[in-house]
Design a protein around this ligand. Sequence first.
Ligand code: PAF
Length: 262
Amino acid sequence: MSTPQLITTTKELQNWRRNLKVARVGFVPTMGALHEGHARLLEQSRQENEISVLSIYVNPTQFNNPEDLQKYPKTWEQDCKLAADKGVDVIFAPEFSDIYFDNYRYKIQENKDSQVLCGAHRPGHFDGVLTIVMKLFQLVKPHRAYFGEKDFQQLRLIQGMVQSFFMDIEIVPVRTVREESGLAMSSRNQRLSDEQRKLASVIYENLQKNLSAEEIKKNLSQKGLQVDYVEDHWNRRFIAAHLGPVRLIDNAEVIEGFHNEN
Ligand code: PAF
């Protein structure tokens, strides 16, 4: 286990990348507060590439709710330890004034798949996600980048962006990692009380059942969750709901009329 190199400026990262003479660079972009789901992404990157880069940056342009941004969990020391355990070579942790030196004057926008689900409920969210991911891709120049299927709409939009701009990057989807209860791992879960955490497993329970969207909405509301959506797109079922201070999302594949994850 060796300590990853910490790079905090875009200039330093560009210099590092320019001088790197290796065949394969894997990249895991994150907003920190790393959990087992991130660990899987890092493990796969380590296995498939000579060099692994992890970015830790809480990207303000993708937050439509100021309180969510302010309360986003930060666990820097733990994150660095996990990165070292997983054999990360470089941690890139930039500042807003550097990575958004243009003050978000230029942005990436998608006009179809970003308009439903989380895009419809979080105005501007995917503009922020795609813009930061584009910036990070331009800096890190990875051969492969790893994204969890929990954020399936994000994954799909990033795949589309890479195709649309002829970027030579393989986007690698990685299956959702779940707590024992079935709750999809998320950095935001840290903000749930023990009781809320138990209750939150109702989302995955309902995703696995062959129920109508309306029935699921009713089941979640009865448990005290405020539902944003239960919708089917791209052969998957998607759920977003608020529980206490946290907005939870999850999704699963639809198999011949049955909703299931495999
Ligand atoms: O999934 C996330 O953590 C973020 O949306 C990402 C891809 C790191 C962009 O800020």
